[in-house]
Design a protein around this ligand. Sequence first.
Ligand code: CO
Length: 217
Amino acid sequence: MPNTYYNKLLANNKEWVEEMKGKDETYFEKLSKGQQPPVLWIGCADSRVPANQITGTLPGEIFVHRNIANMVVHTDMNMLSVLDYAVNHLKVKHIIVCGHYGCGGVQAAMQNKSLGLINKWIRNIKEVYKDNYTELIKISDDQKRFDRLVELNVKAQVYDLAKTSIVQQAWKDETGLQIHGWVYGLNDGIINDLKVSMDSAEHLNNLFRLDLEKTPV
Ligand code: CO
């Protein structure tokens, strides 16, 4: 099966293994014993936004969940399972929702084109557009409006994380969990911290605060 690109991936892997062992002979042995990542990353599936590379971190440091447009959809069992495992078993200290300027998922939400199955996913981003319509409609420049929706979408996902019982229980139990919103710039590699970090439910509309009991220790 002549497929040079595909074969190159496997060759690259062998080279990488040698490189890592060259730096630390016990590298894989140590990693195979378990993981204790301090961070859960909820990012876009976009190939240009790899969590480890852009934060200068190594395997073992970031537990990763990615989907189109870094969404926190409260009925998404995949996201909820990752969140539950990260918070309650791995005991991560930070959850970072990382979007990126130029996100195709967000752009699709600003248009009327039907994309088939993916319409159902994009629908969630259209709701963010609708919720922020009065702000967005004032931005006449298309690019600037697009950039702003990327930011507002990340902010909405951080709030949706805060609305989950998983995050609120961790806050009730005072585990020190913090949640954050970032936007990565594809054209300069810089991360824009949106300063929407939260470490309690106090910024949440009262309607979304759940009555929870502190977990007995
Ligand atoms: Co994207």
